[in-house]
Design a protein around this ligand. Structure first.
Ligand SMILES: CC(C)(COP(=O)(O)OP(=O)(O)OC[C@H]1O[C@@H](n2cnc3c(N)ncnc32)[C@H](O)[C@@H]1OP(=O)(O)O)[C@@H](O)C(=O)NCCC(=O)NCCS
Length: 169
């Protein structure tokens, strides 16, 4: 698994994921009726990104895109981790765990971060498992929210540089 910067032509890939109703329901995306509608939206986001959001496309060794990782925030030494695997036919093959692990390594090794944090909806079992798999520690609970039409709540996690280093020994 490799992470690379998004380029405007990646808008087509992201727009395809937005046509996948299962993916959209889980990720909280608004499904798009056509690739063209999604493409314009994504192209604009890639060309004028949020300066506090580092979004990296996750690609297999052969270059095929399978998701992205987000490292978000502008607090010194600290970022929020996020990830998606798209489209949903790729789920359940370990890709989410691999993307999150690669993003954690990127944050601590390449960016020199001191702490990562993340939130996942409790009912989004796969996402919670991904966070635990990469060594994140449960720190508390956040707001109530809905997942697939059912009430749930956010679970909060963190991974410090110290804990990450200790796991690598
Ligand atoms: C959450 C998501 C990234 C998981 O990706 P994935 O490639 O399916 O994850 P993995 O295959 O690495 O599986 C991770 C764990 O979840 C488990 N899992 C996968 N799908 C599951 C499901 N539907 N129900 C329960 N557990 C599930 C796997 O068995 C694995 O558990 P293990 O570590 O005990 O073996 C993917 O479902 C996704 O993109 N969802 C929409 C976006 C999203 O929710 N992002 C996270 C926001 S915080």
């Amino acid at each position: 698994m490799r992470l690379r910067k998004l380029v405007p032509s990646d808008a087509d890939i992201l727009a395809e994921w937005a046509m996948d109703p299962v993916f959209c329901a889980h990720a909280g995306w608004t499904p798009q009726a056509t690739i063209a509608a999604g493409r314009e939206r994504w192209r604009a986001l890639i060309e004028s990104p949020d300066p506090a959001l580092l979004r990296l496309l996750a690609v297999r060794a052969n270059g095929a895109p399978v998701g992205y990782a987000d490292l978000h925030g502008d607090s010194p030494g600290e970022r929020e981790l996020g990830y998606v695997v798209g489209p949903s036919r790729h789920w359940g093959q370990g890709i989410g765990t691999s993307i999150a692990r690669t993003a954690v390594d990127h944050a601590f090794i390449r960016l020199g971060m001191q702490r990562l944090w993340a939130e996942a909806l409790e009912a989004n079992v796969a996402s919670v498992r991904v966070l635990r798999r990469v060594g994140m520690r449960h720190t508390g609970y956040g707001d109530d929210a809905d997942f697939l039409g059912e009430p749930t709540r956010y679970i909060q996690f963190e991974l410090t540089r110290e804990d990450w280093l200790a796991e690598r020994i």
